[in-house]
Design a protein around this ligand. Structure first.
Ligand SMILES: [Zn+2]
Length: 388
């Protein structure tokens, strides 16, 4: 079989292939929009093994760089103040990679030579991640740079004290660059950013925050205790112990989240004691135990929290939740029993809602829904049958 034929192939198989290409929600389509599950870049995983890739991209005029710090992403100044307004669209502060090249390379050199003094200009461990490429006529590659919160804080203090930004003696770093970043950008939590961003940028931000959070969290080899350094274009780590030298990959903690309905198609909503908002009602969720499968976790959590026995389960979709490192796996389940027994430890209230009861209670302000970032919001919406 050859591919020389230029006529378009409209076979059902080809149509399916087009339909599902890079569509992160292709598996079930029960939840057609999940803000942190968008992502339209080609990860180009094979390029991550090129040790010179980051250097090449820092010299590539078509490469763009986004900033991450403390789990937040940089947006143009002014957007931070409106980040929670529902109708507002947000965009990332994108910087040409070439503009950041000298800064990043100088930081890397000062780290390697041990000359860093811990000043605001010194990123002790500059983490640069290759996020992937948006293919097309004007293909663009994307990088993220993690700025330690301490470096950002020092730059902010320096800016407010009106100190003259400049290069520190013996440190070949553009001292004004972090000052520029402080002045020109706001920092927005991924949970506020993703629901208001384009799918491309929501995906980039989710990848960048996930990798950055993991790299910040795991700084030593879990097996031998030696320091680790970034590997595979930021997506992995290498143990620096020459006798070990393993490549380490991110550890993701799966959690199940379940919309439970009964034979009358009422939904079960609950309030967890740990939630700060006393009015928040949502669906059942919990971490998967070691050695447990997803289905067991769903049944166990619902039994533990509200005393309900579940029958059939259906997979609805999944969404990364990098706070710190979860993957939320969403299910819909049919309850075999309806008597609620809250555990009083994790959950303090739970009740069944018909659609009419739900509409009325929501309108009366008796409860509030999960945020627009949360998969639970879209599970409740899927049950309700229209956008909330
Ligand atoms: Zn090791």
């Amino acid at each position: 079989m050859t591919h020389s034929d230029e006529t378009e192939d409209n076979s059902p198989a080809q149509q399916d292939a087009k339909h599902y290409a890079f569509s992160p929600l292709a598996l079930t389509r029960m939840l057609p929009f999940l803000p942190l599950s968008q992502g339209t870049v080609d990860y180009e995983v094979d390029r991550r093994n090129d040790p010179g890739l980051i250097k090449k991209l820092l010299n590539n005029t078509a490469a763009q760089l986004m900033l991450v710090s403390g789990g937040k992403v940089a947006v143009p100044h002014g957007q931070g103040a409106v980040a929670q307004a529902e109708s507002v669209k947000l965009r990332l502060a994108m910087i040409p990679a070439t503009y950041m090249r000298d800064f990043i390379e100088a930081s890397q050199r000062s780290q390697q030579s041990g000359t860093g003094t811990g000043s605001a200009t010194n990123l002790r461990s500059p983490l640069v991640v290759f996020l992937g490429t948006k293919q097309g006529n004007a293909a663009k590659s994307y990088l993220s740079l993690t700025i330690p919160t301490s470096a950002l804080k020092a730059a902010e203090e320096s800016a407010t004290s009106h100190a003259t930004p400049g290069t520190h003696a013996g440190e070949p770093l553009p001292g004004s660059l972090l000052g520029d970043i402080v002045r020109k950008f706001d920092w927005v939590d991924l949970r506020d950013f993703a629901p208001r961003a384009s799918s491309l940028e929501a995906g980039l931000a989710t990848s960048a925050v996930s990798v950055s959070n993991w790299q910040s969290y795991q700084r030593f080899c879990p097996q031998c205790g030696a320091r680790v350094s970034p590997a595979n274009a930021g997506w992995a780590q290498r143990c620096t112990n020459p006798d070990h030298g393993e490549i380490l990959f991110p550890r993701i903690e799966p959690a199940v989240i379940t919309a439970v309905t009964d034979s009358q198609d009422r939904i079960l909503l609950q309030h967890n004691k740990a939630w700060k908002n006393p009015k928040l009602m949502s669906v059942s969720a919990g971490f998967v135990e070691a050695g447990e499968n997803l289905e067991h976790a769903v049944r166990r959590e619902t039994m533990e929290e509200v005393g309900i026995t579940l029958g059939d389960l259906a997979y609805e979709g999944s969404q990364p939740w990098p706070f710190q490192r979860s993957l939320m796996v969403a299910f819909k389940a049919r309850a075999l029993t309806t008597d609620i027994h809250v555990d009083g430890v994790e959950v303090d209230t739970a009740r069944w809602f018909s659609r009419d009861e739900f509409t009325m209670a929501l309108a009366n302000g008796e409860f509030e829904l999960p945020t627009r970032a949360a998969v639970a919001r879209y599970q409740i919406q899927e049950w309700y049958g229209q956008e909330l």
